[in-house]
Write a protein that binds this ligand. Structure first.
Ligand SMILES: [Zn+2]
Length: 104
């Protein structure tokens, strides 16, 4: 394993990001970093918030796979996204709100 390649299983890309899970650093390429962000976005859309602890690292053949510890169904995500769009003006192709700010 090269020092600067993505730690994700089956990935040969160059790492561009370092993500910390449980105090350990993992190198991720742009694609897999985006996947982590997307997973957190989906959790946030469905549950109202998300944090890095909602994801966990699963070791696989000396590399890693990042999985969600909260249930994320596509149907639920799309349903909640529809609802969010009405109130918060979430753009269809770009969702980046992780925190609940509507409660005030
Ligand atoms: Zn990767």
């Amino acid at each position: 394993m090269s020092e600067h390649s993505c730690n994700y299983v089956n990935c040969q890309n160059r790492a561009s990001y370092i993500v910390t899970f449980d105090g350990r650093h993992y190198q991720l390429c742009k694609t897999h970093f985006r996947r982590v962000v997307n997973a957190m976005t989906k959790i946030a859309v469905i549950y109202g918030n998300s944090k890095l602890e909602d994801l966990k690292v699963r070791k696989e053949r000396g590399r890693i796979r990042i999985v969600s510890t909260r249930k994320v169904s596509k149907e639920k995500f799309l349903k909640h996204l529809e609802r969010l769009k009405k109130y918060e003006g979430v753009k269809k192709r770009y969702v980046a709100s992780f925190s609940k700010t509507s409660k005030s």
